[in-house]
Design a protein around this ligand. Structure first.
Ligand SMILES: O=C(O)CCC(=O)C(=O)O
Length: 321
């Protein structure tokens, strides 16, 4: 299931493309099971510790963490952090790699970045809880988070809801065609601590909400402004966002994070130095591809142990605007 020429053209013209039904519900189930297992294990520990009255074990995937959070926000936050990591990292088990390497998804990505594909270090799992400020992500471009020398390269974000994403539960909103205007001015200390482009810094193009079914894929460029707003339901809006780039885009695949030095010229660095990039497809040397869960886990955890500092790109705080 690769992209048609028309879809590739729409992606480049509009800065986004929705491919419906790439992941079947069977394809999503292993990840949902793995996340449920983490929630279950953590909920039991919290209950033993007297911090939760109930396990909510009979609740559906979309509801369980929301119920826990509603009973005790601190307990909900703790479990959420186990899943997302602290500002990165997070769940890196077999089911995650399976999603990242999903064959139909990779065929679509290949249509955009070519056959030699690097899994960009930045992938995220987002349990967007009702009433959870950190679930609302203000306007930004993903390039705002990566180093400036990468603005000229394409890094494709694939945003995939694990449950239906609606206006009510906080689907993604994007600004079409705005990627053509280059990088916008971002500020640190935006909503919930995220980078933010304030309203008056956004291009004068009407934003578009993108409601999606579970398993659809929204593909964005790294310069496409996007945001998501409050979840006004009583269920969690679960999603993952994965990123891919051509092997020609700067990356840290052959680097040892233990020997990383932040003093060197930023242009010699990966687009996002703190986390591990990995080879998804290498047409000349397939032995470099990260295909097994232990390989993936080991690589990701090596970066958790020696997390390189990013020199950043000098955005200033919103309050000093
Ligand atoms: O999932 C969300 O609500 C925000 C996602 C996002 O900002 C991203 O994928 O870069």
């Amino acid at each position: 299931m690769s992209l048609t020429q028309q879809e590739v053209t729409q992606f480049h013209r509009q800065g986004y493309l929705v491919k419906p039904g790439i992941f079947s519900s069977n394809d999503l189930q292993p990840l949902k099971n793995a996340l449920t297992a983490i929630i279950d294990q953590q909920a039991r520990a919290l209950q033993d510790d007297g911090q939760l009255k109930r396990l909510y074990a009979q609740e559906a995937f979309g509801k369980r963490l929301a119920k826990i959070y509603a009973e005790n926000p601190a307990a909900g936050n703790l479990i959420t952090r186990h899943i997302t990591g602290k500002g990165g990292g997070g769940y890196n088990g077999a089911a995650m790699l399976q999603c990242i390497r999903h064959p139909s998804l990779l065929s679509c990505v290949e249509s955009l970045v070519g056959p030699d594909i690097i899994g960009s270090s930045v992938y995220r799992i987002r349990p967007k809880l009702p009433g959870w400020a950190r679930g609302e992500v203000p306007w930004h471009q993903d390039a705002g988070y990566t180093l400036a020398h990468c603005d000229r390269y394409l890094v494709v974000t694939c945003w995939i809801p694990l449950v239906d994403a609606t206006l009510e539960n906080g689907c993604l909103h994007i600004i079409p065609t705005a990627h053509k205007g280059g990088i916008l001015r971002h500020f640190t200390d935006g909503h919930a601590g995220f980078l933010e482009v304030p309203q008056d810094g956004l291009p004068p193009v009407e934003p578009m909400p993108i409601p999606m079914k579970a398993g659809d894929v929204l593909m964005l460029t790294n310069l496409t402004p996007h945001a998501s707003f409050a979840n006004r339901t009583d269920e969690v809006r679960w999603s993952i966002d994965l990123r891919y780039q051509s092997a020609e885009v700067p990356n840290n695949v052959d680097e040892d994070p233990a020997t990383y030095t932040p003093e060197r010229d930023p242009v010699t660095m990966a687009c996002y130095p703190p986390e591990a990039d990995f080879v998804i497809q290498d047409t000349c040397d397939p032995s470099r591809e990260i295909r097994t869960a232990p390989q993936f886990k080991q690589l990701r955890e090596r970066y958790d142990r020696h997390r390189p500092d990013s020199p950043g790109r000098g955005w200033t705080p919103l309050k000093e605007q």
